[in-house]
Design a protein around this ligand. Structure first.
Ligand code: FAQ
Length: 318
């Protein structure tokens, strides 16, 4: 492509973004845009799949058959979101195998939150309420992202996340209204999951490497700090309704700003977890690698079956 043609394409792309048009897989897009969407979507897909592990640990220990069925369905949904997002990301020209390889080599990230352990049944409540709650705030905003397949995936995924958030909140509600021990379990889960949930939104805007460009491309529609504030504002009244205390002495309503003020996030902890040194990073990745290796025979069998079908179709067509 000549320089003039490239300039023309770039102008058309910019105009489409300005007009709120979606960018589709076969459309021309700047290399940096493709790279950034792929990075975000693949990391999002990895988060959904690695995110199955903390809750997956509790399927056999759920306190009743109905809790077990609900949790099983919820964890399966997260796996489905991952597959959905991998397929959507593949439209950018990179295979799912390569995305997974990048994860295993430590080149691709996944949400820091999933490197924390789920220690009690109350954590199933806190994860649904807070982690899915934070994911929804982010994903509702991403429903309007400029890359078409990502935007459509978000619309569907948000519907399911909304059920996940409610099932988590309902677990918390039962515990918070239960015995003294149950209420203590709920408070302990909130104490441990609150700050990591705030970290899910990423670094402050001033320290966010990608936000400015991603906002310009309308890939991100709201900044990390704005989404985090939204989450705090909507979640604090929910904690109050449960009769639980958010573990932040600096949390208070700011009349002037019409928002909650909240305390300082421990960014050293955030970057430590993001760089692979959180409580469960090694365990999560090792589990994923093992599952991938253990499932190799299934993929091989599927390919062999496809080959057989193809050969049969060629023979019957001849
Ligand atoms: N964890 O410049 P920014 C879910 C990295 S789904 C780890 O601000 P960006 C469902 C970032 O990648 C949860 N790394 O980056 C569920 C970048 O590093 P890089 C996942 C993080 O992309 C519930 C560097 O820091 N949701 O929970 C994190 O503009 C329950 C600089 O950051 C999504 O992925 C973090 N929290 O903004 C499943 C949503 N934050 O790539 C199971 C889509 C930042 O240059 C159970 N993603 N980093 O090496 C996004 O909206 C964005 O990617 C952000 C980060 C907001 C996460």
């Amino acid at each position: 492509m000549t320089e003039k043609e490239l300039e023309q394409r770039q102008q058309e792309f910019d105009a489409r973004i300005a007009n709120e048009e979606r960018i589709e897989p076969k459309d021309w897009m700047p290399d940096d845009y493709r790279k950034t969407v792929l990075r975000q979507m693949s990391q999002h897909a990895h988060s959904e799949v690695i995110g199955m592990q903390p809750e997956g640990n509790w399927i056999t220990r759920a306190p009743s058959l109905s809790r077990k069925a609900i949790l099983l369905a919820k964890v399966q949904d997260e796996g489905g979101h991952g597959l959905y997002l991998y397929s959507a990301a593949e439209t950018l020209g990179t295979s799912r195998e390569d995305m997974v390889k990048a994860l295993h080599q430590g080149k691709a990230k996944y949400a820091s939150i999933f490197n924390y352990p789920a220690l009690t049944w109350a954590d199933m409540g806190a994860i649904g309420w807070l982690v899915d709650g934070a994911a929804i705030v982010n994903q509702v905003s991403l429903q309007r992202t400029s890359y078409g397949p990502y935007s459509r995936a978000m619309i569907r995924i948000c519907k399911e996340e909304s059920f996940h958030q409610r099932q988590g909140y309902q677990i918390m509600l039962v515990l918070a209204q239960g015995s003294t021990e149950q209420k203590a379990l709920a408070q302990d889960a909130l104490d441990r999951w609150w700050w990591p949930s705030l970290m899910m939104f990423g670094p402050h805007d001033s320290d966010s490497a990608h936000t400015a460009k991603s906002m310009q491309w309308k890939l991100k529609r709201e900044s990390n700090d704005d989404l985090r504030q939204k989450f705090v504002d909507q979640t604090v009244p929910q904690a109050e309704f449960l009769g639980l205390k958010v573990p932040d002495p600096d949390l208070k309503w700011n009349e002037e700003r019409d928002h909650y003020d909240f305390g300082k996030i421990d960014w050293d902890e955030f970057w430590q977890v993001v760089s692979g040194d959180g409580p469960c990073n090694r365990q999560r990745l090792a589990h994923h690698i093992k599952a991938q290796e253990d499932g190799a025979w299934v993929r091989e069998a599927m390919h062999a079956y496809q080959e057989k079908q193809r050969a049969r179709n060629v023979c019957s067509a001849a």
